[in-house]
Design a protein around this ligand. Structure first.
Ligand SMILES: Cc1ncc(COP(=O)(O)O)c(C=O)c1O
Length: 386
């Protein structure tokens, strides 16, 4: 199998699986219990928080565990707006993940004013539009760090500077940036930052929210005193143990993984460009997570390409649907100005830690053939599309 859908989720690192197994089988205690197996859980939470904090460039007291990247995004946005009831405006971008986009829609229904900033054709947010959107009523700006579909990286430090000039708080969804680009939450200057374990070779169903000390934020889930009262509910000890381990090994692996994965992605990109006519690569040419390739195979439907590749055990995703079950054209691809028929021809190949040269060899062997055959039987004529 060649797995090229690492932006959707990653395989567990074996070290993560080992750590989780111990908590699954033996260390089952409730971290709130005072006897030894409970204390083991509490110690693990402490260590995991330390590892996530170090990987994020934060202090331990600024890291809160959540149930997913989605929950981190929801909590950051709704928790800040709840804490600032006099401010009724929220600013976000046109290319956010649904975890932010749908939260913005919910806010609109609640009567908030939501400003959605446009992006250029490379996916960069219009900073003049950001300056214009900020008012004394703005509670929060939420702009994603790296885009999940096209990989474009926003100039977060600049965004923070613009918002801070107006005294506005900043949240960033860093789910696709964590583990892929080097950053420090502290140095970046953001107030809140969301990450998810399953994008960094940890388990699904665990996330974290970085909250800079002093940021106004109310709880999202109400109940017990877990996570210092900010996120009630008995902790997912197995998941957090895995997330902690994934974060522990991240700084060790990153300096080797990143250049290797980037080089593989570049070889794949060049190979596709050389072997296949009428391919369009989306996203910024430089300010981009290099391991994310968004390719439009003009004249084809992305599902056909995905299914044909799957018969060769090569797994990619369509870049054109919000989710695999949706017929909707991707809001990200439309926001960068692609025509719907080109958006529908878009496939995302996302590389990760476990990809090898042999994987790229296989894709470069199979893909040109698949595209050629599909174009022969396709009703579209790629010559008609520029
Ligand atoms: C940019 C971005 N934000 C948020 C999420 C949601 O994270 P989770 O799957 O942990 O809810 C994802 C996952 O696809 C993502 O890519």
């Amino acid at each position: 199998m060649v797995y090229l859908d690492n932006n959707a989720t990653t395989a567990l690192d074996p070290a993560v699986a080992d750590k989780m197994a111990a908590f699954l089988r033996e260390h089952f205690g409730n971290p709130s219990s005072l006897y030894p197996i409970g204390r083991q859980g509490k110690e693990m939470l402490n260590e995991a928080r330390e590892h996530v904090a170090r990987a994020l460039g934060a202090t331990k007291s600024e890291v809160y565990f959540t149930g997913s990247g989605t929950e981190s995004d929801n909590h950051a946005i709704l928790g800040v707006l709840d804490a600032l009831p006099d401010k009724r405006e929220f600013v976000t971008s046109a290319i956010e993940h649904p975890a932010v986009q749908e939260t913005a829609r919910y806010l609109e229904k609640k009567g908030y004013n939501v400003a959605t900033l446009p992006v250029d054709k490379t996916g960069l947010v219009d900073l003049d539009a950001l300056r214009d959107a900020l008012t004394p009523q703005t509670a929060l700006v939420s702009i994603m760090f790296a885009n999940n579909e096209i990989g474009t990286i926003q100039p977060m430090a600049e965004i923070v500077r613009i918002a801070k000039d107006k005294g506005v708080l900043v949240h960033t969804d860093a789910v696709q940036a964590f583990g892929k680009i080097a950053f420090s939450a502290d140095a970046l200057g953001v107030d809140l930052l969301s990450v998810s374990s399953h994008k960094i070779y940890g388990p699904k169903g665990v996330g974290a929210l970085y909250v800079r000390r002093g940021t106004p934020l109310l709880p999202f889930l109400h109940g017990g005193h877990q996570e210092r009262g900010l996120r009630a509910g008995t902790e997912n000890t197995v998941g957090i143990a895995g997330f902690g381990e994934a974060a522990r090994i991240l700084p060790e692996k990153f300096p080797h993984d990143k250049p290797r994965i980037d080089a593989l992605a570049e070889r794949l990109r060049t190979g596709i460009r050389e072997a296949i006519p009428k391919v369009h690569f989306n996203g910024h040419s430089e300010q981009r997570v290099k391991s994310t390739l968004s390719c439009s195979f003009l004249g084809l439907e992305s599902e056909a390409v995905l299914l044909a590749l799957a018969t060769k055990e090569i797994y990619v995703s369509t870049g054109s649907a919000c989710s695999e079950n949706s017929d909707e054209v991707s809001h990200v691809l439309l926001a960068i100005g692609l025509k719907p028929e080109i958006a529908r021809s878009t496939v995302r190949l996302s590389l990760g830690r476990f990809n090898t040269d042999a994987d790229i060899d296989l894709v470069l062997k199979e893909l040109p053939d698949i595209i050629g055959k599909l174009r022969k039987i396709s009703a579209f004529d790629p010559e008609d599309i520029d």
